[in-house]
Ligand binder design. Structure first.
Ligand SMILES: *Cc1c(COP(=O)(O)O)cnc(C)c1O
Ligand code: SF4
Length: 342
């Protein structure tokens, strides 16, 4: 396995020289043909990948690619990013806005579904495109881009003293430049009734060189208590630089949680989920949520029946300490919190 991986790892080192995360991002693989050639995948993958990438573009950072097993179309990391023909299938019940984002939009870029917490869609950009993404059809084009565009959201946050926590999501907030994050953090810290700043991000997992000293400094400089929620689905993701990035976040004193999505053919086994939890816990990251797949158009082939999810959680309870078993939840539009499935 290590021998097979060597050439890809070498390539990723060349591309991320000097810990320049922007260069790693710019060098991410965006061409389905290149992905197929680099990983030596069967020719039959090529045409469907080209076509489905037209529905939702392919993006995979090279450091993430380096954690895949070449020549294996079933690799659990590859399956999260490889565009498939089935994404074009229309399945009843699978819709563009499965989680009711539209009905909870309070201002441009600002969503609120739950008491005390509001969520900013800080950017539409991501360093990776996960094929099962619940926001793969989100109208990001309607959301703020320039800092001035955020004024209505800042005003709404300042006017609602019931809020305690602001969540930055997206897209991936850590894709924003440090200077932009600094302005956002500064403005949010100025809103007195807020006490926590939560960031939902996949970058520590997929583009770990983004976790620079400067980013950690920014997160820990302001009055707000930082909570970072990362998104890993499989133990193979938590390797090398990624483990180091998580260690650094945890080491800086932040609360670091993980959320996963239960995905058919990727992590729908007790072995995969237990190994993921063990790796996270050993790094100081708490397994927070295991999400039932949101029924988003183009993702039906990833769905695992809830009954099977419940059995997996029971098995995890047998194998792991209580704190290592995530809450298995589903998001139901209009409900006041995520719905526990166990
Ligand atoms: C999931 C979600 C949250 C966070 O919910 P928690 O249960 O606190 O993790 C907040 N706002 C929105 C819009 C969400 O979708
Ligand atoms: S990182 Fe998150 S928002 Fe971005 S494509 Fe993946 S699941 Fe969607």
């Amino acid at each position: 396995m290590a021998v097979n991986r060597a050439p890809l790892i070498a390539r990723s080192e060349v591309c991320s020289s000097g810990n320049d995360w922007r260069r790693s991002l710019a060098n991410a693989v965006r061409d389905p043909d290149e992905l197929i050639d680099l990983l030596d995948l069967p020719e039959t993958c090529r045409l469907p990948a080209r076509q489905a990438a037209g529905l939702f573009p392919l993006i995979v950072p090279r450091s993430y690619l380096a954690r895949m097993q070449p020549a294996d179309p079933q690799d659990p990391l590859l399956r999260q990013v490889l565009p498939l023909e089935r994404e074009g299938d229309h399945r009843p019940g699978f819709i563009t806005d499965a989680v009711g984002d539209g009905q909870s939009r309070r201002e441009p870029g600002l969503l609120q579904k739950y008491q005390g917490r509001a969520l900013m869609v800080a950017t539409g950009a991501c360093a990776i495109h996960c094929r099962y993404c619940f926001r793969r059809h989100y109208p990001y084009g309607d959301e703020p881009r320039r800092i001035d565009d955020w004024e209505p959201a800042f005003r709404a946050l300042a006017a609602d003293s019931s809020l305690r926590e602001i969540i930055l999501s997206g897209g991936d907030p850590f894709i924003l430049a440090d200077a932009r994050l600094e302005v956002l953090f500064h403005r949010l810290a100025g809103i007195e009734h807020l006490s926590r700043l939560r960031i939902h991000t996949r970058l520590p997992i997929v583009l770990p060189d983004r976790i620079t000293d400067e980013l950690i400094r920014l997160l820990t400089t302001y009055r707000l208590r930082p909570i970072v929620v990362v998104h890993a689905n499989h133990p193979h993701e938590i390797a090398g630089e990624c483990a180091e990035a998580l260690r650094r976040l945890v080491g800086s004193g932040m609360t670091v949680l993980n959320q996963s999505v239960l995905l058919r053919g990727i992590n729908d086994s007790a072995d995969a989920l237990a190994a993921l939890s063990e790796r996270l816990i050993d790094l100081g990251v708490v397994p927070y949520y295991l999400h039932q797949l949101d029924r988003v158009a183009g993702t039906a082939h990833f769905e695992v029946p809830v009954e099977q999810g419940r059995l997996l959680i029971e098995e995890l309870r047998r194998r792991l300490p209580g704190y290592a078993v995530p809450s298995y939840v589903r998001e139901v539009p209009g409900e006041p919190h995520k719905i526990p499935l166990v």
